[in-house]
Design a binder for this molecule. Structure first.
Ligand SMILES: [Fe+2]
Ligand SMILES: [Fe+2]
Length: 143
């Protein structure tokens, strides 16, 4: 087994991802940390107890987070088309997690965490960069 010191492992989270909206940043960080914990052992099979329970918890955290974000965005003065596109992207990301949970066997046998790391990166990081960063920053203060 290679040494992977959790302290030095690369994290999905980085300061660049901060939106400046505390509740959103907190949830993003929790989701990224969950992903970090999983990728520490890339050989974990998705169909194993660890893999299955990860995907369940991951889905739940994401769904809760999207709900929070959508509630915030509904109260904001922002272009309707932008809001709808963002909501649709959330639905697509959740569908992707469901697909990952269902497709546990790949061409080379049971899929492992290593096979979905790119998907996780997309779900956790790219959406934040491309969509969440467009949420107006005062959102968190108007509760
Ligand atoms: Fe988000
Ligand atoms: Fe979002």
């Amino acid at each position: 087994m290679e040494e992977y010191n959790s302290q030095s492992a690369t994290s999905f989270w980085s300061a660049d991802l901060e939106t400046g909206i505390p509740v959103i940043d907190e949830q993003h960080r929790a989701i990224a940390e969950l992903g970090d914990r999983l990728v520490r052992d890339p050989r974990t099979a998705l169909g194993s107890e660890t893999g299955t329970s990860f995907l369940q918890v991951f889905y739940r955290l994401l769904a809760q987070h999207f709900e929070t974000e959508e509630l915030l965005m509904r109260r904001l003065d922002m272009p309707e088309a932008q809001r709808l596109a963002h909501f649709q992207e959330h639905s697509r990301l959740l569908e992707r997690v469901v697909a990952l949970s269902m497709n546990q066997i790949g061409e080379n046998g049971p899929k492992t965490v290593a096979d979905i790391t790119r998907d996780l990166l997309h779900i956790i990081v790219e959406h934040v960069i491309h969509a969440d960063h467009l949420i107006p920053p005062m959102a968190g203060n108007s509760a």
